[in-house]
Design a protein around this ligand. Structure first.
Ligand SMILES: Cc1cc2nc3c(=O)[nH]c(=O)nc-3n(C[C@H](O)[C@H](O)[C@H](O)COP(=O)(O)OP(=O)(O)OC[C@H]3O[C@@H](n4cnc5c(N)ncnc54)[C@H](O)[C@@H]3O)c2cc1C
Length: 297
């Protein structure tokens, strides 16, 4: 189906984009990579008469480390993030961005769009929950910084106010001795995950000093569980310990039974993915060259 007619705007500055949002209100929609918006328009989901294409805002596509914080512009594409130098330091970025759909989608789709869609199965919301990311939102009254957990309030729902845009994602650079991983089970490459798990560990003298875990496609929003993380702290990480943490976090998940699988299947898959991600992350904490891919049905 063709989209309903709309007016096309291509602002040359962030201020102009915000001005257009404020002028047209609910009649307007931002387009970044268009990889979710265009299919929705073609299906005639939602009403919009003014399309504001922000792809020309070149100051929103940076990927740079300043001090101990990684700054990623909202327009940085999945592909650029996955192949960025910093993805060697934070491999979760490579596995999250590099596993999204196919090359065409990764070359067009952006991290800002990926979080703004707030799809429960989306890869970035889960990955960024593991990395304790904060989002810089810019609107008529200036900027505000919100955590990823405050940003996504429910399935397909964010705390973005009208006239507000995601302009940057900020990620604390993990200390030495850290390792991260993100593993998903997908029916096919251009399909959202059936289940996914991400983890970041920091290990000093063989003892875990920090741990972050998150599950995707397992509830309306990314599932985090501080009790599961606490099981890993102060201990030497073993497969048995990872299994206990997996059990604890999957216990608080609510994976919906659907065409992708039953609830029991998804719980079993999530447990397996947590352990696998944990083993990969642990190897990386030890400085091992650990490669890994997602699983496809
Ligand atoms: C075949 C296919 C398979 C896919 N598979 C996956 C997958 O496995 N995993 C996955 O995570 N994603 C998947 N996607 C979605 C893809 O990652 C999209 O790129 C992403 O969800 C949206 O990014 P975008 O830049 O294209 O945003 P757009 O499509 O341009 O916008 C999407 C929504 O976000 C809003 N928006 C965009 N940028 C901003 C911003 N900076 N601030 C505020 N609002 C903004 C728009 O207004 C719109 O409502 C798939 C898409 C396709 C077409």
């Amino acid at each position: 189906m063709y989209p309903a007619p709309f007016n096309y705007h291509r602002p040359q500055s962030l201020e102009a984009a915000i001005g257009l949002l404020s002028r047209y209100g609910d009649d307007a929609s931002i387009m970044a990579g268009g990889q979710s918006l265009i299919p929705m328009l073609k299906m005639r989901v939602g009403e919009m008469t003014e399309l504001i294409d922000i792809r020309k805002l070149s100051d929103l596509d940076h990927i740079e480390q300043r001090g101990q914080t990684l700054h990623i512009g909202a327009l940085a594409t999945h592909a650029r993030i996955a192949s960025a130098e910093v993805a060697n330091q934070i491999p979760l970025l490579r596995e999250c961005g590099g596993g999204i759909a196919d090359r065409q989608v990764r070359n067009m789709g952006t991290i800002g769009g990926g979080v703004s869609v707030a799809d429960p199965s989306g890869d970035w919301p889960t990955g960024l929950a593991v990395l304790d990311a904060q989002l810089l939102l810019t609107g008529l009254s200036g900027t505000r910084l919100v955590s990823i957990s405050d940003f996504i309030v429910d399935a397909y729902t964010t705390c973005l106010e009208s006239c507000e845009l995601v302009t940057e994602i900020q990620i604390p650079v993990p200390p030495a001795g850290s390792g991260s991983a993100y593993v998903a089970f997908k029916r096919a490459a251009p399909a959202y995950p059936t289940a996914s798990a991400g983890i970041q560990l920091t290990v000093k003298d063989n003892i875990c000093t920090a741990a972050r875990l998150a599950l995707g496609a397992a509830a309306p929003v990314a599932v985090v569980c501080r009790d599961a993380e606490a099981l890993l702290l102060g201990k030497e990480i073993t497969t048995e310990l990872l299994e206990s943490a997996a059990e604890a976090i999957v216990a608080v998940a609510e994976p919906p039974p659907d065409a992708r699988g039953s609830e029991a299947f998804k719980r079993a898959m999530l447990r397996k993915l947590v352990v696998e991600a944990g083993q990969r992350a642990l190897g990386r904490c030890r400085g091992e060259d650990v490669s890994g891919a997602h699983h496809y049905a």
